[in-house]
Unconditional design. Structure first.
Length: 253
């Protein structure tokens, strides 16, 4: 993929990952720490976050646990202050924290149900991105990765061959579609920062990664699920912005 080679710098690369105490976030943290990056491990649950950070640190990772509830303005502000204690810039932000919703059928869905999912999946990434923009803007090659879903793609959801087309719910798929649009608008307005979207699945093969959110029913491993996230996190200065990829390459919006 043109422009999708890894970034090499003499300074240690810094990354903040939301929802990183388990699943895709934790695996992305482990893999990026393995490249020598300094990882700020965001976790809503402090106990689980510290346990995850301690495990990574025991394996040699440079990791700082950051208490971070993306639905709370106060928590996000506290996270910025903590990160600033360790660095004067943020190279990469991975907005990974997500809520699956309860798969309520459209006829039964209420605004309250949708709002709770949007608070994490849409407003959360906006809260975190807005708060960390000053630190991102101080980086030489800042990158923001939004973790979305094939379920947020109109092309996927309207394809009767895709399993998600028969999963009748409003909250999750529409929240990820909103996140996709938000990412494109950020990319257009802030060309000095790379804003891209990753889905952990393989759209062409109609597969997705096994995580807590899908009760580990996915066919791909959590490591395979993070391939697309890492590719976008490690873009070089000539890499693209405003694209949507899975682990096999670009996918349709």
């Amino acid at each position: 993929m043109n422009g999708m080679t890894t970034t090499e710098t003499t300074e240690q690369t810094t990354v903040l990952i939301t929802g990183a105490n388990k699943g895709l976030g934790l695996e992305a943290a482990r893999r990026l720490a393995g490249h020598g990056w300094k990882v700020f491990l965001g976790s809503r649950d402090e106990g689980r976050g510290r346990a995850a950070a301690d495990k990574l640190a025991a394996d040699g990772a440079d990791v700082v646990m950051v208490p971070l509830d993306v639905t709370s303005e106060e928590s996000v502000a506290d996270a910025v202050r903590l990160v600033r204690e360790h660095t004067d810039r943020l190279d990469v932000l991975i907005n990974n924290a997500g809520a699956p919703g309860r798969a309520v059928p459209p006829a039964e869905a209420t605004a309250e149900e949708i709002h709770s999912v949007y608070d994490t999946n849409v407003y959360g990434p906006v809260r975190v991105t807005h708060a960390f923009l000053p630190l991102l803007q101080k980086a030489g090659n800042p990158r923001v990765v939004m973790v979305s879903s094939g379920g947020g793609s109109f092309a996927v959801v309207t394809d009767p061959e895709q399993p998600v087309s028969a999963m009748h719910e409003l909250a999750y798929s529409s929240s990820k579609a909103a996140l996709n649009m938000i990412t494109v608008r950020y990319a257009q307005a802030l060309p000095h920062i790379k804003f891209n979207v990753a889905t952990p699945g393989e759209v062409a093969n109609r597969t997705f990664a096994a995580t807590d959110m899908n009760r580990h029913t996915g066919q791909l491993t959590v490591t395979e699920g993070t391939d697309s996230i890492l590719r976008l996190a490690m873009l070089d200065a000539d890499g693209p912005s405003g694209i949507f990829v899975d682990r096999l390459g670009p996918i349709a919006w």
